[in-house]
Design a protein around this ligand. Sequence first.
Ligand code: ADP
Ligand code: ADP
Length: 237
Amino acid sequence: MIEFKKVSKVYPNGTVGLNNIDLRIEPGEFVVIVGLSGAGKSTMLRSINRLHEISSGEILVDGQSITAARGRELRVMRRGIGMIFQSFNLVKRSSVLRNVLAGRVGYHSTIRTMLGLFPKRDMDLAFGALGRVNMLEKAYQRADQLSGGQQQRVSIARALAQEAKIILADEPVASLDPLTTRQVMDDLQRINRELGITTVVNLHFIDLAREYATRIIGVRAGEIVFDGTAEQATDEA
Ligand code: ADP
Ligand code: ADP
């Protein structure tokens, strides 16, 4: 569960990113946030796992305030949240497997991580995750040798290896062609259905949102202007 309680985000230059948002997302939902560029979609996602600090209000994840969390508590909460970006954010010169294992880093001491030593359980999780996105056969390839869609599936695998309960995807298909877009959205949908992972995806295409979302949230100028099912979004269009 993700809950926004009167959340506002004002950037240092005075731009209002979010204006007094109240929102509840239940476990297992597949929510798509739609809105034009600059509407506040990315600000919303980044607020959830505290990639930036909100200016006021509070955000709860699984009933626990991530806004108030500190130190180890915050790290543990973040571990449960996988983040997927438009630009994939993989280590280009590393293998696919290494990139997926990066999802395990938060579970270990720094020294283990620096040495690149991962226990068998991590390897199992990494290979299991690669299997779920049909990328097992690419495990030893360099990330930068993959197509954009394949790279995005690796970043989904990284979130799975992380044992995330929530996946936040910020414009995950914005730099992909239509066919690849579908493959990545299908992967996200299948993972949501099979594993019950709460999924929040930012998109700027309403058609794609209607096709995949169980719930669509429309954002404009930092406010929620629509919140309903895909069918309702169609009726109103
Ligand atoms: P979206 O993801 O819907 O395109 P954003 O959340 O990125 O929108 O942006 C919402 C508003 O906040 C926009 O007006 C944008 O220009 C502004 N904004 C985003 N990031 C920053 C930043 N780091 N500093 C100042 N303003 C920002
Ligand atoms: P090698 O044993 O020759 O390094 P592998 O095929 O076992 O090759 O592994 C390929 C990639 O996965 C390499 O980057 C390797 O360092 C990494 N890797 C393999 N096993 C582990 C492990 N237990 N922990 C961390 N990384 C591993």
